[in-house]
Design a protein around this ligand. Sequence first.
Ligand code: GNR
Ligand code: NI
Length: 168
Amino acid sequence: MSLLPILEFPDPRLRKIAGPVSVFDEKLEALIDDMFETMYDAQGIGLAATQVDVHKRLLVIDVSENKDSPLTFINPEFEIIEDELSEYDEGCLSVPGFYETVSRPQRIRVRAQDRAGQAFEMEADGILAVCIQHEIDHLEGKLFVDYLSSLKRQRIRKKLEKEHKKSA
Ligand code: GNR
Ligand code: NI
C-alpha cells in the first residue's frame, strides 16, 4: 500500500469531471486500498479519487468514531429524500486549514457499486449525508469553497497560493 499525494485548491486538476469506473480489477482494488490509507493518514472522513488525481467516479468514506467502518462508493448517484437543508461546518483535505458553513439537503438516497461491482443502495443523513454530497461534488470538479462568497473563496485561494509558494 502507499500514501497518495492530495491535490490542493486552486489546482486546476481538482476541476476535472470524473468518468465512470467500468473495470473492477486488482488495479482498482489497489487504488481503493491506497485511498483508504491516504484518507486515514490525513485524518479525513472521506476522499474522492479526483483529490489524488485519478479522474474516475470512486470515493471512500469512514465517518465512524473508531475508524472501523470503511465505505466504498463506485459510480455513486444520489437523490434528495428530504428537501430541508441542514448546515454543517465543512473542511476539505484539498483546502487544508479552512472550515466554513455549507447548507445541503439533509437526507439522501445513494445508489452505487461496491468494490466487487455489486450494486447497492442506502439512505443517509447527518454527517454521512454531508460527506457523500461533498465527495460526489469532487467527482464533478466542485469544491465546498464554491458555495461561499467569491470574496471568501479568493481569500482562501490567496492564502493557499502563498503556502504553496513557501513550500515549493
Ligand atoms: O475530512 C473531511 N472532513 C469533512 C468535514 C466536514 C464536511 C466534509 C468533510 S470531507 C473531508 C475530507 C475531504 O476533503 N473529502 O473530500
Ligand atoms: Ni474534500
